[in-house]
Design a protein around this ligand. Sequence first.
Ligand code: FES
Length: 166
Amino acid sequence: MKRAIDIAMLPAIPEHIRVAVLEVTTRLKGTPGALLPILHGVQDALGYVPEEATPLIAREMNLSRADVHGVISFYHYFRQQPAGRHVIQLCRAESCQAMGAVALEQHVKRRLAVDFHQTTSDGAYTLEPVYCLGNCACSPAMMVDGELKGRMTPERFDAWLEAEST
Ligand code: FES
């Protein structure tokens, strides 16, 4: 009965988000430090952590909405909007910076006409920063949809983008 009242008190939430969040929270909420794995699980399931999911996650974890929102916004890894069809992650950590990552980042942003955490107007690419991809020996490093690319340069990026678009 109490659970029915709790659900009624939650703001409206699309069914596919409700189902995904409940599957992840039911599976993981018993583990220590469960909030981060749950947020990862929701992002894995939906591609991002929708704002509408926050009240339900908070209720399932016995936390305040502000607590959950604080964690989501602290970790840049968590997307709050759906991603584009491809996710490009550029490494901004030390080794890559020493090997030209700053110039690469400026070039990629200009070329795609987006900043970090934005998606190109055609919905094709979302650009995200990362802090070491474990590929320092091949700096500067980039990852596209989980595939590592090393020794990236503005020229190599353009060539890759060209090949992707044809
Ligand atoms: S610093 Fe960029 S991959 Fe390690």
